[in-house]
Design a protein around this ligand. Structure first.
Ligand code: FRU
Length: 504
């Protein structure tokens, strides 16, 4: 993923940029003296977390501390394009309403993270919130671990501890706790540590891989978070014969591993080749080897590099990065790029399938729902006064197909079809088989938030879509069915979580 984020835009004349901006956003910019202002941008989500301006990518180090959720994320504080990675920080008491905090981690000139503070994890160790994250720096070739076709950087694993209970100030160790990959390996990357406690020790998995062999997670163990021993690969891929300058594109580098136990099952997530893969399987706690037995794609849309944590009520909560799908010229001129997905609860079903649902807290944002009956010849169609909505549509397995469409000025701009008879699900960009595992949650929950659409399908598949052609007061939602029967749909406006789209 690094390569195409790395191409920084040359200065683009404002008229070229404005031509690239969608029509409704152009109209608001025109009414704002030509300025694209994130606080008034109708494409900006209003109940998803995102920084006040500029670029964000991966969630980092989610942690519960002293009664509040803290979420950190990859932030470029200087531009709305990838680069100069810092850790942004936001706090919340409900995972929905966030307050921005000062930047938690910045590159230290001359230090092992001088070129960026990449992704990582947070734990509480001996009562102290602690980060382990990847620092990148320029280095002589033999020490370089990241080669993506344009950059050559050394990655090492760094530690920082909190100096206050608001997690505002952090003290970095000046030397890496894991300076280099295992001596006998030529890796495709060495980053994004995930940390967990097991028995009387700490364990850490690092995203990595080898050319011609595939991606992998390198497993380490420590008693004190400072001194680490390499054990072996926790899990690894198989050679797929693909070659790419950037090993993330060929699947030979696994980014952002996340390993945890939930419902007494083990689960490993990793991001590669533009996708997030989930696996569930057996973990041998004596030998510390994980054998995946089932796998799938965690989200079939514009979603990458998720990170989970254990909430105090023992729910396994996951956040992921929702990327832009519009041209780079558009998001750099908009002054913001990327958003955090809604918090999702992960569980593992009877047959080892990963189940994914939005957190129950989402109900707090719900206004008064409109309920309507839909039958074959009577679709439900409603103009949306604003674009913060949750649509619930039950799936009846005796039905032919259920279609949800968004139309702006009568023209379809997005659709999702559940073709029950054809066993498939299709949106404007993707197509996948209908999940077969029996589920008590048969139904669609579709969250629209301006340019973001998150669709949860029976708690088993998720598709995050982006659409830059939705406009309040112009866009209509339509639900129609083919075949016999009738369904009750529920359309519910959701409250914004901040007054000015800046999530303060
Ligand atoms: C995933 C990723 C990580 C890295 C971070 C840098 O999106 O490439 O592997 O730590 O982004 O921003």
């Amino acid at each position: 993923m690094l390569l195409h984020r790395r191409r920084f835009l040359e200065h683009i004349g404002s008229s070229a940029v404005m031509a690239a901006v969608p029509r409704f956003a152009r109209a608001y910019a025109a009414s704002n003296g030509g300025q694209l202002d994130p606080a008034r941008d109708p494409l900006r989500p209003e109940y998803h977390l995102l920084p006040p301006h500029n670029w964000m990518n991966d969630p980092n180090g989610p942690i519960w501390w002293k009664g509040r959720y803290h979420l950190f994320y990859q932030l470029n504080p200087h531009a709305s394009a990838w680069g100069d990675t810092h850790w942004g920080h936001a706090v919340s008491t409900d995972m929905l309403h966030w307050h921005h905090q000062p930047i938690a981690l910045s590159p230290t000139p001359g230090g092992p993270d001088s070129e960026g503070c990449f992704s990582g994890s947070a734990v509480v160790a001996d009562g102290v919130p602690t980060f382990i994250y990847t620092g990148v720096q320029n280095a002589p070739l033999p020490l370089v671990t990241l080669r993506d076709g344009s950059d050559k950087l050394r990655e090492s694993q760094l530690l920082a501890t909190a100096l206050d209970d608001d997690l505002i100030r952090w003290k970095k160790l000046d030397k890496p706790v894991i300076p280099s990959p295992p001596a006998n390996m030529v890796v495709t990357g060495f980053r994004d540590p995930c940390l967990w406690r097991e028995g009387d020790a700490w364990y850490l998995g690092i995203g990595s891989g080898e050319r011609g062999k595939g991606g992998c997670v390198l497993l380490y163990r420590s008693q004190d978070l400072h001194h680490w021993d390499y054990l072996h690969k926790l899990a690894e891929g198989i050679p797929n014969g693909k070659l790419a300058a950037n090993p993330c594109d060929s699947g030979e580098m696994w980014e952002c591993p996340d390993f945890f136990e939930t419902n007494k099952r083990h689960c490993l997530l990793y991001s590669t080749a533009n996708k997030v893969i989930w696996t569930t399987g057996e973990y041998d706690a004596e030998k510390h080897i994980y054998t995946p037995t089932r796998s799938g794609v965690l989200d079939h849309g514009a979603y990458y590099a998720p990170k989970s944590f254990l909430a105090p009520d023992q729910r396994r909560i996951l956040w992921g990065w929702i990327r832009e799908t519009r041209p780079e010229a558009e998001f750099t001129s908009a002054g913001w790029a990327g958003a955090m997905s809604l918090p999702r609860v992960l569980t593992v079903g009877e047959q080892g399938q990963l189940e994914i649902r939005p957190v129950a807290e989402m109900a707090k944002l719900r206004g008064t729902a409109e309920k309507a009956t839909v039958q074959a010849k009577t679709p439900f169609r409603r103009k949306l006064a604003d674009l913060r909505q949750e649509l619930r549509v039950p799936i009846d397995l005796s039905m032919g197909a259920i279609t949800v469409r968004l139309l702006t000025e009568g023209t379809e701009v997005w659709h999702l079809v559940v073709n029950v008879k054809g066993d498939s699900i299709r949106t404007s960009d993707v197509s996948l088989p209908l999940p077969f595992a029996p589920s008590s949650m048969l139904g669609l929950r579709i969250f629209v938030d301006n340019s973001v659409i998150e669709s949860f399908i029976s708690g088993q598949e998720v598709i995050t879509s982006r659409s830059y052609s939705l406009a309040p007061g112009e866009t209509e939602v339509e639900v129609s069915i083919a075949g016999k029967g009738r369904i009750e749909v529920d359309l519910c406006p959701l409250q914004a979580t901040s007054k000015d789209r800046l999530a303060t």
